[in-house]
Design a protein around this ligand. Structure first.
Ligand SMILES: Cc1cc2nc3c(=O)[nH]c(=O)nc-3n(C[C@H](O)[C@H](O)[C@H](O)COP(=O)(O)OP(=O)(O)OC[C@H]3O[C@@H](n4cnc5c(N)ncnc54)[C@H](O)[C@@H]3O)c2cc1C
Length: 541
């Protein structure tokens, strides 16, 4: 039996810590806590490690933070022995990396795969969490760490007949393990977010025809992806300690040196030059062109117009280019996408763009998709409709705290947390990259490592002080929620109907979920709170 295989059941067992999820977050949390002598068990719904990179196997799936930075920093040995091959690694390479990490640090023996946690109830009498799996196993733990992922709960189109289609349907976030062959197929793709932008060029190269249903166009910048030059890799490896520190001390978790000026103070020519340079650098760095891009509407208009001009250059048909050009929100306030040949794909004869803003999808039928304007027949459907972001995975577990109230009920009007790490009424429960932390607005690996380290230090502190309970206070939570909203209101982010705000899920409350204060500021705030005897938390035996 492989250690950590699905046979390693733990019914009735008790642990110091139960971790839910075995992606970047769960793996590192297990490593840290086990090394410090805590008894730990990880439960993972998937059949292997990797989280996002286990599930999202669609063609073209890649990271959009450069690989050398989208990786763990906790082990200098790991940093030196792993060699990334591309500027933006593709899913198989990232999954191999995480599998390597699991093997190298012997993590699998404490992970139970194919096991979904259905409920977690805090037992006032024992001061412990009682968890139950979907299969009915129960375990208990003093502490529970939710490493369930910000983008792990998939969302299907909210239209009638979503299950009616007779041919194969695929969700980008639950892609089969074997490659899907689209040769000779008439394919319909619903959605034009990041996963669609990455997968459509691949699907279009194979399929007989592809029809793309777009409700809201996204801004996208080229990745200019390329194999990594060995000399560059050697340079990065030699300078990792400084590079990682730059990431930790940056706004978004990637290494940017120098302070950009403001677009407001720049002349037309200086703006054009700076946008052009950033465009050539490629990827998310574009948003670093000016310091005020996400704050000042005029600065943002200039950047948005620059990006639209690039769409017009890349797409031959002006009508299609116009449809692909976002105009209803400031660039960067919905996640900026990073593409390899997305816009050029619309110059192909076998690709059609359908605007479902003006003529919405009315129904999915046995044979295709019916919009208010036309009927389309397909052999295969692809749902690139994203995720119930940030709260979806947590809300689908029945988590019940001290007052008998579930987390889902508590968050009915929008998520409330202290630091995105803890929730009042839910003692000894920790969230990794929860709502209210920088999370999805950052290089997630940097944010994950920071949360894991903070939680680990906290548990060591409690153990050393002979304490066994920690809970965020209502007052600290209220103050934090207010701060998160105030910082967001200072920016242009709330102007977009994005998944940051829950707008992609019908009925989800519109609350801006991530903290935009920056990973540097946020880290300092978390450290100060810990140094200040965990200010805002009540600690007990
Ligand atoms: C296609 C794609 C590309 C991305 N690219 C980037 C990028 O370039 N840079 C970046 O910073 N971020 C990126 N992200 C965000 C990405 O999710 C994070 O970077 C990171 O992988 C999150 O790790 P995690 O461990 O927190 O969560 P995940 O990797 O999502 O892992 C969570 C795990 O928890 C499991 N789980 C959830 N609920 C339960 C339950 N009830 N019981 C048992 N198991 C459960 C899930 O099965 C999953 O395996 C991307 C996301 C996607 C979808």
């Amino acid at each position: 039996m492989t250690p950590g295989s699905r046979d390693a059941r733990s019914d009735g067992a008790s642990f110091d810590v139960v971790i839910v999820g075995a992606g970047f977050a769960g793996l590192y949390q297990l490593h840290r806590l086990r090394d410090l002598g805590f008894s730990v068990r990880v439960f993972e719904a998937g059949g292997g490690v990797g989280g996002t990179w286990y599930w999202n196997r669609y063609p073209g799936a890649r990271c959009d933070i450069e690989s050398v930075d989208y990786s763990y920093s906790f082990s200098p040995e790991l940093e030196q022995e792993w060699t990334w091959t591309e500027r933006y690694a593709a899913q198989p390479e990232i999954l191999s990396y995480l599998e390597h990490v699991a093997d190298r640090f012997d993590l699998r023996r404490d992970i139970q795969f194919d096991t979904r946690i259905a409920s977690a109830h805090f037992d006032e009498a024992t001061g412990r969490w009682a968890l139950e799996t979907e299969a009915g196993e129960s375990v208990s733990a003093t502490y529970c760490v939710m490493a369930t992922g910000c983008l792990s709960s998939t969302k299907v189109p909210e239209v009638p007949g979503v299950d009616a289609f007779a041919g194969p349907t695929f969700h980008t976030g639950r892609w089969p393990h074997e490659p899907v062959d689209f040769t000779g197929q008439r394919v319909g793709v619903i959605g034009t977010g990041s996963s669609a932008i990455q997968s459509i060029p691949h699907i279009a190269r194979q399929a007989e025809s592809v029809v793309i249903f777009q409700r809201t166009p996204n801004f996208s910048v080229p990745a200019w992806n390329h194999p990594l030059d060995p000399e560059y890799v050697a340079e990065v490896k030699a300078s990792y300690p400084e590079r990682r520190e730059l990431c930790r001390q940056s706004q978004a978790g990637f290494p940017i040196t120098g302070e950009p000026g403001t677009a407001r103070e720049a002349s037309e020519e200086e703006r054009a030059e700076q946008f052009g340079e950033k465009w050539q650098e490629g990827g998310l760095r574009f948003l670093g062109a000016f310091a005020d891009l996400l704050i000042d509407p005029e600065a943002n208009d200039a950047a948005s117009e620059f990006l639209r001009s690039k769409i017009r250059e890349r797409v031959e048909d002006p009508e299609v280019a116009a449809l692909l050009s976002p105009s209803a929100y400031p660039c960067g306030t919905k996640r900026l996408c990073v593409d390899i040949g997305y816009y050029e794909t619309f110059n192909r004869d076998n690709v059609t763009l359908v605007d479902i803003r003006s003529a919405p999808i009315e129904e999915i039928t046995k044979t295709g998709v019916v919009t208010a304007a036309a009927t389309y027949e397909f052999d295969t459907l692809v749902f690139a409709t994203g995720f119930d972001a940030m709260t979806g995975a947590l809300s689908s577990i029945d988590i019940v705290g001290t007052g008998g109230r579930s987390l889902k009920e508590k968050w009915q009007e929008g998520p409330r947390s202290y630091l995105g790490l803890a929730v009042a009424e839910f003692p000894n429960l920790f969230l990794i990259t929860g709502p209210g932390s920088p999370s999805v607005l950052s290089n997630m690996v940097v944010s994950i490592e920071q949360h894991v380290d903070w939680i680990t230090d906290c548990l060591v502190h409690l153990r050393t002080a002979d304490l066994g309970r920690i809970e965020a206070t209502e007052e600290a939570e209220e103050e934090w929620v207010t701060l998160v909203a105030a910082v967001a209101d200072f920016t242009l982010f709330p102007r977009a109907n994005s998944w940051y705000i829950g707008a992609n899920v019908e009925g989800k409350p519109r609350v801006f979920m991530p903290y935009i204060g920056g990973v540097n500021t946020y880290r300092a705030q978390c450290d100060e709170i810990a140094a200040n005897d965990y200010a805002g938390f009540s600690l007990g035996a």
